[in-house]
Design a protein around this ligand. Structure first.
Ligand SMILES: Nc1ncnc2c1ncn2[C@@H]1O[C@H](COP(=O)(O)OP(=O)(O)OP(=O)(O)O)[C@@H](O)[C@H]1O
Ligand SMILES: NC(=O)c1ccc[n+]([C@@H]2O[C@H](CO)[C@@H](O)[C@H]2O)c1
Length: 222
């Protein structure tokens, strides 16, 4: 069995959860999602800036230690994260299990970023982001988008670009179907490459074994 970690990052309302959920649904027997939004600290632990804005769009607002524990737990036993709870037997030695890590700051946290095999980042223009964020749950306080969310996006994006390479930028204005089609094809190609490499290991093992058996036969019969 091999594993693949796919990061779906992007700005707020870029379409990360939508894309991650659809990708998981296309790989129902081999993938699961860990979402960064599930690791926000409780409100009382998130500081407020001088303008009164809760500092949610910073890494410090997240329990990244807990998120890493969840990822480590998947790495230890990825099959237990599948819908069957890992009760079905391994289907073949070529099985590839996929972890989809989804979130707005997944590449800014180095220990998490280092685990990714594929990195995608959904981006949308300011106007579209503000429009989508207008109907947000929980609703933002007045002025929050321009006073906190957007300036923090620019800061976090700059930091990400200075520390991470190999991110595939995705245009979040494209249709949901087109985005899914692209990422699904890319990920399945990666899965196939891993399968081939596992297959090669088995080919080498079996061919070495048969060479050994042939040699033993020749040596004992000469
Ligand atoms: N490709 C798309 N085209 C148009 N609208 C989209 C697209 N993808 C997602 N949306 C819509 O944008 C909104 C935000 O989507 P989604 O929740 O997937 O974003 P997100 O990046 O996970 O946001 P956040 O993490 O900030 O909650 C939803 O209303 C969703 O239906
Ligand atoms: N999920 C939450 O608890 C929460 C609370 C306040 C703000 N947010 C926003 O989530 C986005 C990332 O998905 C960030 O832009 C936060 O502002 C989330």
């Amino acid at each position: 069995m091999k594993t693949l970690v796919v990061g779906i990052g992007g700005m707020t309302n870029g379409g990360k959860s939508t894309l991650a959920t659809q990708l998981q649904q296309r790989l129902p027997h081999s993938s699961c999602i860990i979402a960064q939004d599930s690791f926000f600290k409780e409100d009382s632990l998130v500081p407020v800036d001088s303008s009164g804005f809760k500092q949610y769009d910073r890494l410090e607002a997240l329990h990244m230690d807990r998120m890493m524990e969840e990822v480590s737990s998947w790495q230890r036993d990825p099959r237990s994260f599948l819908p069957s709870g890992g009760t079905t037997p391994e289907r073949s030695h070529q099985e590839v299990l996929v972890l989809i890590v989804e979130g707005f700051l997944i590449f800014n946290y180095r220990p998490l970023n280092e685990l990714m095999n594929k990195r995608y980042f959904l981006e949308i223009p300011y106007d579209e982001c503000k429009k989508r964020r207008w109907v947000y749950t929980p609703p933002d306080p007045p002025g929050y988008f321009d006073g906190h969310v957007w300036p923090m996006y620019l800061e976090n994006r700059q930091e990400m670009e200075s520390m991470v390479q190999g991110i595939v930028l995705l245009d979040g204005l494209k249709s949901k179907a087109e985005l899914l089609g692209y990422v699904y094809d890319d990920v399945t190609t990666e899965i196939e490459n891993l399968r081939v490499s596992i297959g090669n290991v088995w080919d080498i093992f079996f061919s070495s074994y048969f060479v050994y058996v042939d040699m033993s036969y020749v040596l004992t019969n000469q």
